[in-house]
Design a protein around this ligand. Structure first.
Ligand SMILES: Cc1cc2nc3c(=O)[nH]c(=O)nc-3n(C[C@H](O)[C@H](O)[C@H](O)COP(=O)(O)OP(=O)(O)OC[C@H]3O[C@@H](n4cnc5c(N)ncnc54)[C@H](O)[C@@H]3O)c2cc1C
Length: 333
């Protein structure tokens, strides 16, 4: 049953673990309850891509809809999964049941319902490849809607749900896992995995790589990549390469390239750089960590300092990837 709690600490509801509270938290366990809820809430999954930088004077709707149904056709396994299921548990469950496909996306923190929002991706694979439809509640039209894969407008870390932030509450995601499975090992870090490896072996390799590279939010609170990798015109790249010949970049199209935000921050010697209780991770410059007792103000000051130094040195404007929450709403929408 959906439950409403008043004045709830948000510390354990987001992985950066800042010590603020929300006026109320509604724990949503059934999609059918959505039409009768007062419509003034921020939708939250597991809070691994959201940071509360102050007390939140509205309601947080924590999506906890559970459920996992599985059927099969001649060519595929079809899954209907509740938005409140944990993403990595789903990956494990499918592989335990000999339904390969999601192995490259293992250990990405968060809920199933948030996965389509930014089209989670890792090691050469995006979740959109496996999504058949998404079920959601439309807060503007007050109706349940079903989006086909095409209607979700998936792109790199983007979707309809991100473009219309807050409009839809995803209740269930329907996946289709092809029985004609092929390992995806094209991504550099997985090149040492043998071509005939099973999906479970690939998952283990992905988990090992991730554990060696990224701080575990349960041990060192963080929200993953804090900044987006900036996209710049090729013309600007030429000038930068003359000054920084080692700068890594990846083509986006004929006109633009993507540069690695972590590399830019690292070049400034900012690994380990702190503002109060918030610090640039000492191994992964793209990740900011809460060393304990951090405040929202310290986080925003550090983010501003990094952005300003990157701008001065490289003339590149960094954009924050994580959803930063102010007192009433997103402040980096
Ligand atoms: C250590 C670490 C590593 C990470 N690595 C990766 C990675 O490799 N690849 C990657 O893509 N991401 C990565 N992330 C980011 C994060 O895991 C994803 O963005 C994930 O999908 C967030 O899930 P969540 O449930 O925690 O979302 P939340 O932070 O709770 O919410 C994120 C956004 O989705 C919205 N949302 C959440 N649930 C719903 C719903 N049911 N309906 C509608 N909107 C909803 C929220 O309003 C918010 O805008 C990483 C994060 C961490 C901390």
């Amino acid at each position: 049953m959906t439950k409403i709690h008043k004045f709830v600490s948000l510390k354990d509801l987001h992985t950066f673990k800042l010590p603020y509270q929300a006026d109320a938290v509604v724990e949503l366990t059934a999609a059918e309850d959505l039409p009768s809820l007062a419509d003034d809430y921020y939708v939250l999954g597991e809070g691994s891509n959201t940071i509360f930088t102050t007390d939140f004077s509205r309601t947080v709707l924590k999506v906890g809809i559970k459920g996992y149904e599985c059927s099969e056709t001649e060519n595929s396994f079809e899954l209907r999964v509740g938005a409140g299921e944990n993403w990595h548990d789903l990956v494990r469950k499918t592989l335990d049941a000999d339904m390969p496909g999601l192995e490259n996306l293992a250990l990405i923190p968060g809920s199933v319902g948030a996965a389509p929002v930014q089209n989670i991706g890792a090691y050469g694979v995006e979740v959109s490849e496996f999504i058949r439809t998404v079920e959601a509640w439309d807060r503007e039209q007050h109706e349940f809607v079903l989006f086909s894969q095409k209607q979700c407008c998936f792109a790199y870390r983007d979707s309809l749900f991100k473009q219309h932030a807050g409009r839809y509450v995803i209740t269930h995601v329907n996946f289709s896992l092809s029985k004609n499975w092929r390992a995806q090992l094209s991504y550099g870090a997985l090149s040492s995995v043998p071509g005939d490896a099973s999906a479970k072996t690939i998952m283990k390799a992905v988990v090992a790589i991730r554990n060696s590279k990224l701080p575990n939010p349960k041990v060192l609170p963080n929200a993953g990549s804090f900044f987006k990798n900036p996209v710049i015109p090729r013309q600007q790249l030429q000038g930068l390469l003359e000054r920084f010949p080692d700068m890594p970049y990846y083509p986006v199209d004929d006109m633009q390239v993507k540069v690695a935000a972590g590399w830019l921050i690292d070049q400034l010697g900012l690994k380990g750089f702190s503002c109060g209780g918030v610090s640039v991770h000492d191994k992964q410059a793209l990740v900011l960590v809460n060393k304990g007792e951090a405040s929202g103000e310290e986080l925003l000051t550090l983010a501003k300092e990094i952005t300003s130094r990157v701008k001065t040195r490289f003339a590149i404007e960094l954009e924050i990837e994580v959803r930063i929450m102010g007192e009433k709403e997103l402040i980096n929408a």
